[in-house]
Structures are given as C-alpha cells and as structure tokens.
Design a protein around this ligand. Sequence first.
Ligand code: ZN
Length: 155
Amino acid sequence: MRIGYGWDSHEFKAGIPLRIGGVTLPHSHGLGGHSDGDVLLHALTDALLGAVAAPDIGTLFPPSDAKWKGADSAVFLREALARASAAGYSIINVDSTLILAAPKIGPHAAAIRESVAKLLNIPSNCVGLKAKTPEGMGTDNAAIAHAVVLLREKP
Ligand SMILES: [Zn+2]
C-alpha cells in the first residue's frame, strides 16, 4: 500500500467562477492563479503524485506555461491517476479538508464528493470531505485544501 498527501492554496479574486472539486459553486469570487484555481483538485493531484513519488503538479504543469492558464484541473488529476495506475496502483480512498471563510461548503458537499468520485473512478463513499473556516488564521481571502490518498497494488 501507499499513502500520498497534498496541500494547496489559492487567493480569492472577484468576478471569476469558483471551481472546487470540479464543481462550479455560486459565489461572488473565484480562485485565481494556476489554471481554473481548483484548490481541491490540485491537492488531490499532488497527493496521488506523491503516493507514487512522481514529480509534483507544479513540475508537470508549470504555472508559467500559458498552456495551463484557465485549464480544467481535471486534466491534472487524470494525469496523476494515469501515473498511479502505470505504477501499478489503484485508489482505496481519499480524504480531504477545505479551509475557507466563504461560501459555505455544506450545501455543496455531496455534489463535490460525487464529482471527485467520478473523476477518480471510485465510489463516493470513498471520498471524504470536511470544510472548516479559518478561525484565527487571517486567511479569509484564500481557500486552502489538504488531501490524503491511500493506494493498493492492483491485482
Ligand atoms: Zn493550485
């Protein structure tokens, strides 16, 4: 078995779509930076890559490369999944924590878990998602994601 861990953060920017876990959430601000700014998919991508000791997301998909500007982050996750599979592993489960002041994730949690499960080809009861507010951290203008993944050797 293998374990992988990923972390990511992006800054909120006005007037762009908010994408989390491949789902577009209704909100005044989206996440700027690399690609579509999907902080959860980026953390999951790095967790998968880390589990098989592959290069990290920033190495495989450099933010400086214009090709990835506004890109659908599902592309990164699919590549990570392909690398894990090529290394001989399949996913047992993933778990994640989102830390953001707004919007509330609760009403969207089921849709996000469903979306991530679909992207990873695993049942949604194998996708954990918790949401926290950044109490006392002074990071209200950012969204942060932590993710872990557990892999097993394919038969
Ligand atoms: Zn990112």
